[in-house]
Write a protein that binds this ligand. Structure first.
Ligand code: PEP
Ligand code: MG
Length: 855
């Protein structure tokens, strides 16, 4: 039988998927000879079998028992012994880290007698009873669902009675009394060590499916069927006294990427005290003075880990009586700025290559660098200050709990304000624009989770207090809904809205994207409808405009009445008269865009939407004629109706005017205008044949010598199937995957989201929203047919994509594999697309795809 359990130094034949991230880290650190407590890992296979079968798989219990025996031999202690007991922790650890989402139980193996034995053996009764009360609380909460507040209240009450400020002010007798109180709260606490262990293992397996874990997985695109591994680790104690403690550290600063260790340490404490953000930890460097040997060993260990993994690590450690133990190592979650800086530095240090640096950055995370920040010139009054836990600035109405955050976020931006966050707040954090907490350090739940999400967070803001439905900060009293601004880059909090500025791109960003440009094959263009968008796209590195939607130019205050006049006209003459007035506007728009993109191609798409979109709703119409026209234009399925090139064929004067405006603009701008005219929603070759003729005729009248290209959107399934015939009339194809998705899946792009599509996603019928992430099998299959058909008919045919998918990393990679010439996306996503395109090229070339840790 394949084993379900492996000692840390035992070959398992599996990696992260089998052992989980924590298990694999412990095994590797053990093999590297680093100080790791002994222990074993129960695999994700066992968890999956448990979740499927509803019970632990056959043989698991015996295997665990066998490994417990081995652990006893190694440590010279017995599990369940009363005099000198072996104690273990049970720690969850999935393949993809889900910080704080699943459960951990410490100090297993203690009971009434063993606590006495431990007190006598260590001559430290305080420590023994502190450990025991923690076990009862954690076990009660995790295994039997006892309300944690009941334990907390008992602790607070005792502290009040004793006049103790901190937990550490309580003595051995106090804690013995606390244990008695805890047992009154939780009388069914099992005394048998083996029962404790197996019930804990089951509880950790079960914690895979808690609502908060499910929400986290959905938000982070983690599959639901991975399951978690369980690590059973010999306990080492950070709560033995002042020569002990526990901490977390990063091998570089996770916010900035600066070199130099960075972390926090809490003396005389166990791990959960740090993560819970209950006591505020000290900077790591304080260990230098208090525990110099352990500190030196820690620095050396971190150096070795970076060298081994060739990446920035995030570690957990415990010091027991001045001896260091490593409990975890993993690729550090980091901000995009830190990821870029660390990658550039590591190339300089000779640790990684440029190509590896490119694969180290999560494209989706680049967004963060493009976050707004506070206008440095704004006159500000800082209301309070906390830790700069996650960069970016955000304004919004305050809300005090996660459910309200979700509710109110529907009406506008909110900032979630909490004493501290817990994993149960995850849905509120997702809904909020930013997070502000009173307690907690840089490694508190709020800080870690916000950084992962790329949301601004100010943590540990002690100037703030909460209560009675109010937030008090400085002299201000704020109610739910009052607006504040937080600056996660500096930790400042402001009352009211503060001017923000567009993000600044730094040198590391340019460096890494420069390396990306060196290796990518796909071109990257931008969708832009205005000269301003075009200029921004260019700044972000766009190599052209892949889609300029001309209808957006029809909506300006001076233009809409003219557009309506055109639509309402009864005759062609009437329409032409109105179009005549629109022409100079259009020409001016195109000149601006050609100038902004000087020398780079600009794809202009002729009018696409159904005409009713330019008219008001019937009950808002100004006169009967308009009402009649609105009724006449009404269609049951306008997206399948009179739109796209159908407009151009039925009302050729519209497209004629647009082509004329483009040609005149090209002529006036001169040779730097590189023009591509695109016809939308073509399904039949004959449509494009006629429209090309129209285009060429008008072009010859206006700018006979100016070069130009004519092509089509490919956004109907029929166009994909008949791509060869259509290509005969096209210089280029641009996949409009928004419509192509809608048409292929029979799924309305306007109505499905928020209705059954959301239900499908929640229920797991669909894993990803196909309007966001390209449906590679279905829509992608049609694209492949079109690419093959089009290129067979015309090898020089240029191919691109301009649907939303052109800015989504996995879809960009698909376009690379399909052999498209370029992707086109919104200006802010251009850097992301450049990086994703480079990663796709490196993956194809055999450079292993690294799962960037940032995301
Ligand atoms: C598309 O359909 O993918 C597209 C780019 O055009 P639009 O979104 O304007 O319909
Ligand atoms: Mg379209």
């Amino acid at each position: 039988m394949a084993g379900f359990v492996f000692d840390f130094d035992e070959p398992s034949g599996g990696g992260r998927e089998l052992l989980g991230g924590k298990g694999v880290g412990l095994a590797e650190m053990t093999l590297l000879g680093l100080p790791v407590p002994a222990g074993f890992t129960i695999t994700t296979d066992a968890c999956r079998a448990y979740l499927q079968g509803g019970d632990v798989p056959e043989g698991l219990e015996a295997e665990v028992e066998e490994h417990v025996r081995r652990l006893e031999e190694r440590t010279g202690r017995r599990f369940g012994d009363h005099d000198d007991p072996l104690l273990v922790s049970v720690r969850s650890g999935a393949a993809i880290s889900m910080p704080g989402m699943m459960d951990t139980i410490l100090n297993l193996g203690l009971n009434d007698e063993a606590a006495e034995g431990l007190a006598a053996g260590t001559e430290n009764a305080r420590f023994a009873y502190d450990s025991y009360r923690r076990l009862i609380q954690m076990f009660g909460e995790v295994v039997d669902g006892i309300d944690p507040h009941r334990f907390e209240d008992a602790l607070t009450e005792l502290k009040q009675q004793r006049g103790a400020r901190h937990d550490t002010d309580l003595g051995a007798d106090d804690l013995r009394e606390l244990v008695a109180a805890y047992k009154r709260i939780y009388p069914q606490f099992p005394q048998d060590a083996r029962e404790q262990l197996m019930r804990s293992v089951r509880a950790v397996f079960d914690s895979w499916n808690t609502p908060r874990a499910q929400v986290y997985r959905h938000a982070n695109d983690i599959p639901d069927d991975l399951g978690t591994a369980v690590n059973v680790v010999q306990m080492v104690f950070g709560n033995k006294g002042e020569r002990s403690g526990t901490g977390v550290a990063f091998t570089r600063d996770p916010s900035t990427g600066e070199q130099g260790v960075y972390g926090e340490f809490l003396a005389n404490a166990q791990g959960e005290d740090v993560v819970a953000g209950i006591r505020t930890p000290q900077p790591l460097e304080t260990m230098h003075a208090t525990l110099p040997e352990a500190y030196a060993q820690l620095l050396e260990t971190m150096r070795k880990l970076e060298e081994h993994y060739r990446d920035m690590q995030d570690i957990e450690f415990t010091v027991e009586d001045d001896v260091l133990y490593m409990l975890q190592t993993r690729a550090a979650k980091r901000t995009a700025a830190a990821a870029l800086k660390a990658a550039v530095d590591m190339v300089d240090e000779g640790l990684i290559t440029r190509d590896e640096a490119v694969t180290r950055i999560d494209p989706a995370q680049l967004d963060q660098l493009l976050h707004p920040t506070i206008d440095p010139n704004a006159r500000l009054e800082v209301a309070g200050k906390g830790l700069n836990a996650s960069p970016g600035a955000a304004s919004g109405g305050i809300v005090f709990d996660a459910d309200t955050a979700v509710e109110r976020a529907k009406d506008g931006p909110v900032i979630l304000v909490r004493w501290e966050t817990t994993p149960d707040d995850i849905h509120g954090m997702i809904a909020a624009q930013g997070i502000l907490t009173v307690h907690g350090g840089m490694t508190s739940h709020a800080a870690v989770v916000a950084r992962g999400m790329g949301k601004p967070c100010v943590a540990g803001c002690e100037d703030l207090s909460l209560g009675d439905g109010l937030a008090r900060i400085g002299s201000h009293e704020l109610h739910e809904g009052d607006v504040i601004t937080i600056d996660g880059g500096t930790g400042r909090v402001f009352v009211g809205e503060v001017p923000l500025v567009a993000p600044q791109l730094n040198e590391d960003f340019e460096t890494v994207l420069g390396w990306a440009d060196d290796v990518r094959r796909l071109g990257v263009r931008s969708n832009a409808d205005t000269p301003e968008d075009a200029a921004r796209a260019r700044e972000f590195g766009a190599q052209g405009i892949g889609l300029c939607r001309t209808e957006h130019m029809f909506f300006g205050a001076e233009r809409l009445p003219v557009v309506q006049e055109m639509i309402l006209a009864d005759t062609e003459e009437g329409r032409r008269a109105a179009l005549e007035k629109l022409l100079p506007f259009q020409q001016g728009d195109f000149e601006g865009i050609f100038e902004a993109m000087a020398g780079l191609p600009v794809t202009i798409r002729l009018l696409d939407p159904p005409l009713h979109e330019f008219l008001p709703a019937e009950d808002q119409a100004t006169d009967e004629k308009m009402r009649a026209r609105i009724r006449a234009l009404h269609e049951q399925n306008p997206m399948l109706g009179m739109r796209g090139c159908r407009l151009g064929l039925v009302y050729p004067e519209i497209y004629e005017m647009q082509v004329r405006a483009i040609a005149r603009a090209a002529r006036s701008v001169g040779a730097s205008a590189v023009v591509e005219i695109m016809h939308p929603l073509v399904g039949f070759a004959e449509e494009l044949r006629r429209l090309r003729a129209l285009t060429e005729r008008v072009w010859a009248e206006e700018a006979p010598d100016a070069p130009h290209h004519v092509g089509t959107m490919v956004e109907l399934p029929r166009a994909c199937m008949q791509a060869g015939e259509i290509a005969e009339h096209a210089d280029f194809f641009s996949f409009g995957t928004n419509d192509l998705t809608q048409m292929t899946l029979g799924l309305s792009r306007d109505d499905a989201e928020g209705k059954f599509l959301t239900r499908y996603l929640n229920d797991g019928v669909l894993e990803r929203n196909p309007f966001e992430v390209l449906d590679q099998a279905g829509v992608g299959g049609l694209m492949r047919i079109a690419v093959e058909g089009g290129r067979a008919a015309k090898p020089e045919l240029k191919l691109g994509i301009c649907g939303e998918h052109g800015g989504e990393p996995s879809s960009v990679a698909f376009c690379h594999r399909l052999g498209l010439d370029y992707v086109s996306c919104s200006p802010f996503r251009v850097p992301l697309a450049r990086l994703a395109a480079a990663q796709a090229a490196l993956e194809e070339a055999g450079t292993v795809q690294y799962v960037a840790a940032g995301g």
